[in-house]
Design a binder for this molecule. Structure first.
Ligand code: FE2
Length: 360
């Protein structure tokens, strides 16, 4: 199953116009395409926003009883489609279905003056889907049927986010291995790393995680399930408020995380905090890095090291009122891991938020 990379992530939301404004103004995305009543689409509005290689699509329904409205009602604003670029969408779909994936949308070709794009969709955990996108050199904005949007490029004072690093799925207790096996069987992915509840536990809660990746390491899908703890796991809280499994966080790569976090904070993005004690022990654990520890401490950026190098990362508070989807900014200096040295500090920070919501 050859994958060329991430194509886009589509969020189904209650109000796409306002969601687009949030991702543009808070996260520094640039609007590139639109489809809705003005372009002849009667039942929905979709805003496409981009930043370097990252493309988000924000879509809402225009009427009740619509699949998109029902999804937003059940899950709140969240990820519907993790779309993957492939050389041949029809073949990817046929192969996936033959390997046991549930087909959601048969291969179809969309065409306009700028060329043709082939799309086909399969189901994954919860109500999330994967669309295979075969762009075949398509030269229009996003997809046929979308109107290109001319927008000022706000990149000078933007966070400079570059690409999607990984997208994490939360699934129910006891079902992680089923979805690990799904990505092995359908996509031919392999398990890159796994974390047991001993690795990822705090005084109160625990989770287990396995990271699936394609042959080239472009696509990384960690899958989490809750584990037994003294209190409710953050994964349980997610499952309760999302009403089922779904995408928990999207990690975005940066090449200057200090500048990125400063820009995001200036624009109103709020990050999880980390106690001062974290910065008393971390420099010794992580060793020499290019950045200044003073900057990392000031911005509450986390650091970790593995056999291949180090990484810097930070997590936002949730992007909507439900404690569901959030974002990560990650900068890799060789390290291929996920910051497991930070899990305890991170989860304690998440639990402080959980406690504030009365959910711990
Ligand atoms: Fe992550």
């Amino acid at each position: 199953m050859p994958l060329d990379g991430w194509d886009h992530v589509e969020l189904w939301v209650g109000n796409a116009k306002q969601a687009a404004y949030y991702y543009e103004h808070a996260y520094g995305f640039r609007r590139t395409a639109y489809a809705g009543p003005e372009t002849g689409v009667r039942d929905r509005a979709s805003y496409v926003v981009e930043q370097s290689e990252i493309r988000l699509v924000l879509t809402c329904a225009l009427h009740p009883g619509h699949e998109i409205a029902d999804h937003a009602y059940a899950h709140g604003d969240g990820v519907k489609d993790i779309a993957l670029r492939v050389p041949d969408a029809r073949r990817a779909y046929e192969e996936a279905v033959q390997r046991g994936a549930r087909g959601v949308r048969e291969p179809q070709t969309l065409e306009d003056d700028f060329g043709a794009v082939e799309l086909a969709t399969i189901a994954t955990y919860g109500d999330v889907v994967h669309t295979f996108v075969g762009r075949n050199g398509y030269e229009g904005a996003y997809l046929p049927g979308y109107a290109a949007q001319e927008c000022a490029d706000g990149s000078e004072d933007g966070p400079g986010l570059l690409a999607i690093d990984h997208i994490v799925g939360n699934v129910e207790l006891g079902r992680m291995n089923e979805w690990v096996e799904f990505y092995e069987r359908v996509f031919g992915m392999t398990e890159m790393i796994h974390f047991s509840d001993d690795d990822i536990s705090t005084e109160y809660s625990a989770l287990m995680s396995k990271v699936m990746t394609d042959g080239q390491g472009k696509i990384k899908f960690p899958i989490n399930e809750p584990a037994e703890g003294k209190r409710k796991s953050q994964i349980d809280e997610y499952l309760e408020f999302n009403h089922g499994p779904g995408a928990q966080h999207i990690a975005l790569q940066s090449s200057n995380i200090v500048r990125a976090v400063e820009a995001l904070q200036r624009r109103g993005v709020v990050f999880l905090s980390t106690p001062d004690t974290y910065y008393e022990e971390t420099p010794e654990r992580v060793g020499e890095i290019d950045e200044s520890w003073d900057d990392l401490r000031r911005l509450r950026i986390l650091a970790d090291r593995d056999d291949d190098g180090y990484l810097l990362q930070i997590f936002t508070k949730t992007a909507q009122d439900r404690p569901t989807l959030f974002f990560e900014v990650i900068e890799r200096h060789g390290a291929r891991g996920f910051g497991d040295g930070n899990f305890k500090a991170l989860f304690e920070a998440i639990e402080r938020e959980q406690a504030l919501r009365g959910n711990l």
